[in-house]
Design a protein. Structure first.
Lengths: 749, 234
């Protein structure tokens, strides 16, 4: 690249900076920036790095709580105390745009980045999760994106030896051309070994370690901060190539190095590379930094300062090391065949100074660059579509005559059916802590040396958020919490990734705010503070913005590993009960049933009463703790019928049927149509099964917590039979259910 | 009695093996860095699973040239016990300590799941607590576990009783359907002629605790311990 002589309007615009922003830059510097400085400002003030459109809205999130050790925003990731001197570090991040262009590397480097965010805090990464969204699989391009993203995650995560323990995948037209690829990493650290991402101690050294710097990923942060277009293919060079082996060496070397106590701060070079990692560390540490880029190891010849500072080559990190102790650090890296070099030092003047062979090439006040990035209150407008979709009643859709067929089609649909084809490509057992294999409501990871386990899940439903961003936001949090509750764990905290369209569009901005309001409300009531996360805007394809897609990563804690619960029915004669309500006809809105069978995206999203939700969750935890039940399973996509079918077949070694009877006991409550009864997606519902002897005790718990429940039937037999008024609505053998649920997906891919 | 777990750059099941030996079986165990040249004092070496050197070039192909491998070869010649699990098996094949090679799974995908294996030879240091025909539930996790060798080698393996485990279904039937990766003759594990070196694709260290869904793999480690103890007793 050749350095342009003049900063033109065209150049400013191509860097995604507005006129006002450029004016502000001139004020900060007291002069015109040079090309390198323009580049530095452009990436630091990009949406991706500065959160300029979301910052004010994100303040709505509750971020404090008794178990929060490091709050959201203070460091690379939030930290949660889980007792025994241990802390959990977790974060989720999007890699949507890179994955749309180059799916395998886009997804792989997403894993690489999020893993570095965790181990740079001194935590050992113990689990990966992912939340994926694609257009329908019958389209070749979607199919390609999907299979390559899975391959990318598998190749990178498997090589690192971090189990991918859970995830979710939806397929919907809205993600055509703009897939959602959110990846989450969770680490465990000793509290006293946590390390911060900040520079401090005047004169301390800045060490660069990892891969050499190349021209790859140039301007990736800016690329992520604009819409995808037909020309986005040209941005392919903005996607980096991952080297998981190098990352594994970095991971082990860094964790080994922390034991030497010579490291003051550590940071991954992620989006905006050298620029953001060093300036953010300086900002957090209230100091200045000076580096000489002639010392930076480079992969290519003739790189100009602009390129070195903006490169997003993968598997690189910076460390602040105590002055005089550099050799100790270098030797640890050498053991792992890694080359660490001293590229600069911490200063006291609050300036981010970049030299090239001693000559100044950029000089910017740290605080102005990092903390004074522009913040916008975007114009908001309620989207017009919302008033058009509301008018829906169940009488508008035909009532099916054969419910067996409907249930089979739902079990067969890519969104609902088992994702075995996917998770078998991920090593989900390495580290020998995976108690629950993928496919359960939540993963469960034991913590060696303690009696504890952590439950992890990642969840979100863009369809609900499209129909009602506020309720959709609440549901995303509540359902994630319910998932960890179903295995017996207590929800502790969340991390999140918010995938939305272009925030300068008032409708998108409105959706965003409403969704965050809903999530914040749920976090407050369920007492699961937000520990951090990521906002991904500009998720648009030529047809418009994607459905608002909030994704929630939930951490739950199980105090005693011997008391966990699984979703599948276990014993003939066990009673099946639904904790929560049967739902209403209106709650077919946003359901998989009306989407798949009637091809409609219409109605109200399910409503959620968070107090009721909390009571249901408390009851579930209490009865699991008391050892009263044999299974617990969340009722989600596909409603009651799908959840019951799953209860019959989720364990390959323990398939068993159930007889469900809606008459005569609760007949008077059931005026609703059969399809609504079977497939509505009302919230706050958990299906449990237990020996008849425990009935009275369980009833006591539900009464104490004021939770309604319905006796649905009993476990047993060779099939799932659902009767209503002595008429069989559903009668399908377990083997057939299994065939539709497990084998259809691999057939369609 | 002391075990050694060899750590190559990129090994990632090293700690899992260490955990089983130390915390489940309560025996002494060290990590051995791949640059180590002295292996005296160990009764059994474990080459763990993972992606040594990122599996670049070919699985196990670079690790085979690690400094420790000369010592491993000498250790093997002296009749020392060596168990290579997954990537460790691949390294042993590349080093020529076991015959044959691994190619990509027939699905061309990484496969992680519980499968079943059948004991074919119960007279090795690794299987003496099992009986022939016994079925173990144990996980696999690999991309290149499709064992290949030419006809002559396979014949020799059969003749010398070197096939230690075969993939099977839960009833013990060996068939195409129960072969997860396309391995010749459903081979899941082989030993050398002398029987002191075992290469196994499934992960016994992942099936050594009830909490993890199976403890069938523990018997392999316990067999090793029994073998060493009986040798010590003589």
């Amino acid at each position: 690249m050749k350095e342009p002589k003049r900063i033109t309007l065209e150049l400013i615009k191509s860097h995604g900076l507005t006129r006002e922003e450029y004016k502000r830059i001139k004020e900060i510097l007291g002069r015109e920036p040079n090309f390198t400085e323009l580049g530095i400002f452009s990436v630091m003030w990009s949406e991706h790095c500065s959160y300029k459109s979301s910052k004010l809205v994100l303040k709505l999130f509750p971020i404090t709580g008794e178990s929060i050790l490091i709050k959201a925003g203070e460091e690379n990731a939030g930290v949660i105390d889980i007792g025994d001197g241990l802390a959990v570090v977790m974060k989720v991040e999007s890699h949507n745009h890179p994955s749309a262009i180059e799916p395998e590397q886009g997804a792989a480097t997403g894993i690489g980045g999020i893993v570095r965010d965790i181990f740079t805090m001194g935590a050992r990464p113990v689990a990966l999760l992912d939340s994926l969204r694609f257009g329908p699989l019958n389209n070749g391009r979607n199919h390609y994106l999907f299979s390559k993203v899975v391959e990318g995650i598998a190749r990178y995560g498997n090589c690192l030896g971090i189990p991918t323990v859970a995830g979710e995948i939806y397929f919907d037209n809205t993600y055509e051309g703009n897939p959602v690829v959110n990846v989450m990493c969770v680490g465990i650290a000793y509290k006293e070994e946590l390390i911060k991402g900040r520079a401090s101690g005047i004169g301390n050294s800045i060490l660069y370690v990892g891969s050499d710097t190349g021209r790859d990923g140039l301007g990736g942060a800016s690329f992520a901060s604009r819409e995808l277009t037909e020309e986005s293919e040209r941005d392919r060079p903005a996607v980096q190539i991952g080297d998981p082996f190098k990352e594994k060496l970095l991971l082990e070397a860094c964790l080994e190095l922390l034991k030497t106590k010579v490291v003051i701060g550590m940071q991954d070079m992620g989006a905006a590379g050298l620029t953001s990692s060093i300036s953010e560390m300086a900002s957090r540490g209230d100091c200045g930094v000076q580096i000489d880029i002639s010392l930076v190891p480079k992969r290519e010849k003739g790189m100009i300062p602009y390129e070195v500072m903006l490169s997003e080559s993968q598997e690189r990190m910076v460390l602040i090391v105590k002055k005089g102790k550099e050799e100790i650090a270098k030797n640890v890296f050498k053991k792992w065949d890694l080359h660490a070099v001293n590229i600069g030092k911490v200063t006291n003047d609050g300036v981010f100074r970049v030299l090239d062979k001693g000559k100044i090439v950029a000089q910017i006040p740290v605080k102005a660059l990092v903390d004074d990035a522009p913040v916008y209150i975007r114009e908001k407008k309620k989207p017009r579509y919302l008033s058009q979709i509301k008018n829906f009643s169940v009488s508008q859709i035909f009532e099916p005559s054969n419910y067996n067929d409907i249930l089979k089609r739902l079990l067969n649909s890519p969104t609902i059916s088992s994702k075995q084809w996917v998770y078998r490509q991920y090593d989900h057992m390495v580290r020998t802590d995976t108690i629950l294999l993928p496919g359960a409501d939540s993963s469960l990871i034991r913590i060696k040396g303690t009696k504890k386990a952590i439950a992890l899940t990642i969840d979100g439903n863009g369809g609900y958020a499209y129909l009602n961003p506020y309720e959709g936001g609440k549901i995303a949090v509540a359902e994630a919490a319910r998932n960890v509750v179903c295995v017996g764990a207590k929800p502790l905290a969340i991390t999140n990734c918010l995938n939305f369209g272009n925030p300068t569009k008032p409708e998108v901005s409105w959706q965003f705010k409403k969704c965050v309001e809903g999530m914040a409300e749920a976090c407050r009531i369920l007492r699961t503070p937000v520990t951090g996360g990521n906002v991904s805007f500009y998720n648009e394809n030529p047809k418009g913005a994607i459905d608002p897609t909030p994704v929630v990563g939930m951490l739950g804690l199980l105090d005693d590993i011997n008391h966990y619960c699984t979703p599948n029915f276990k014993k003939k004669g066990d009673i099946v009960i639904l904790l929560g309500k049967l739902g209403r006809e209106q709650e077919l809105g946003g359901s998989e049933y009306i989407k798949l069978i009637h091809n409609l995206k219409i109605g109200e999203s399910p409503r959620i009463d968070l107090k009721e939700e909390k009571a249901v969750q408390r009851t579930c935890i209490e009865i699991i703790e008391a050892g009263l039940i044999n299974s617990a399973h969340d009722c989600s996509e596909g409603g009651l019928a799908v959840a019951l079918a799953e209860c019959c077949i989720l364990s390959p070694e323990c398939k068993i049927g159930a007889l469900i009877n809606f008459s005569p006991l609760i007949h008077h409550l059931l005026t609703m149509r059969a399809d609504a009864l079977l497939f509505n997606e009302a919230q706050s519902r958990i299906i449990i099964s237990f020996p008849p002897d425990n009935f009275a005790k369980i009833k006591d718990f539900t009464e104490k917590n004021n939770v309604s429940f319905f006796q649905l039937g009993t476990v047993g037999g060779k099939g799932l039979v659902i009767e209503r008024d002595e008429k069989k609505l559903i009668d399908i053998s377990v083997d057939e259910l299994e065939d539709y649920y497990y084998r259809s997906f691999s057939r369609s891919v | 009695m002391k075990f050694g777990v060899i750590v190559f750059p990129g090994s990632n099941c090293d700690y899992d093996c260490y955990w089983v030996v130390k915390r489940i079986l309560r025996k002494k165990v060290d990590f051995i860095w791949h640059k180590e040249r002295n292996l005296s004092g160990y009764d059994c070496l474990i080459l763990p699973g993972g992606f040594s050197y990122g599996d670049y070039l070919r699985t196990g192909a670079i690790a085979r040239f690690s400094p420790v491998m000369n010592a491993v070869e000498a250790y093997a010649r002296n009749g020392g016990l060596i168990i290579g699990i997954c990537n460790g098996f691949q390294v042993l094949l590349e080093a020529g300590l076991l015959p044959g090679a691994m190619v990509s799974n027939k699905s061309l995908q990484f496969i992680c799941k519980f499968i079943y294996i059948r004991v074919e030879n119960d007279a090795t240091p690794y299987t003496n607590l099992f009986h022939k025909g016994q079925i173990l539930k144990i996980p696999i996790a690999h991309n290149e576990g499709n064992y290949y060798a030419d006809v002559k080698t396979i014949q020799a393996l059969n003749k010398n009783n070197q096939i230690v485990f075969r993939y099977c279904d839960e009833k013990g039937t060996v068939s195409k359907a129960s072969n997860p990766n396309g391995a010749k003759e459903s081979i899941a594990a082989i030993c050398n002629k002398e029987g002191n070196i075992l290469g196994i694709m499934p992960h016994p260290e992942r099936a050594s605790e009830r909490l993890l869904g199976s403890k069938d793999g523990r018997g392999i480690f316990e067999s090793i311990i029994k073998w060493i103890e009986s040798k010590e007793a003589n």
